[in-house]
Design a protein around this ligand. Sequence first.
Ligand code: HEC
Length: 176
Amino acid sequence: MLNSSRFLLFAVTVSSSLLLAACGGGGDAPAGDAATTDAAETPAAGGATDQLALGQTKYGQVCASCHMADGNGSPGVFPPLAGSEWVNGDPNVPISIVLHGLQGPIDVKGTRYEGAMQPWGMIPDSDIAAILTYVRSSFGNSSSAVTTEQVTAVRQAEGDRVAWTAEELKAKYPGS
Ligand code: HEC
């Protein structure tokens, strides 16, 4: 009886000091992350290299979980951005998809996908421009950069709307 209550006391002491240690460690990590994010979000000169670096960071945070770090997606589930005709044509198409999302069947590089992508319009225009500039010039893609002004113009023109279908995008941007 005595032994077991001693053990209990010991266990409580150990676990509360572990808890304290965990809290201390947890407190430090977000502060470090915030400093890194701040640095990435305020590029010194706002040049092309900074936009690409920002785009790569944001792509990793937002898009890579589905489209993968190498842009190849996941066969039959998440379509590739590498070599995608939707990414590499008229920049208004990927801008529209990111702002408002996409649903229903879409053919990408000859494979049909029938899922849905949520809208990412809560991301600031400058970050969407950076992400799409990165996507359009990575994974073997070599399409033009996307400016913040282009994203803002599409956002204003499209206003509030539901997710696009591939058919609607083809009708709206026939050249792409
Ligand atoms: C949670 C998973 C998920 C995330 C995160 C995601 N997507 Fe998608 N994305 C999809 C799916 C699924 C489709 C296909 C939707 C369909 O079948 O209609 C798609 C389609 C697309 C397409 C058109 C098809 C193609 O492959 O070219 C583009 C462009 C695109 N996403 C870009 C992005 C970008 C940029 C981000 C980050 C801002 C992003 N996606 C984040 C799941 C995701």
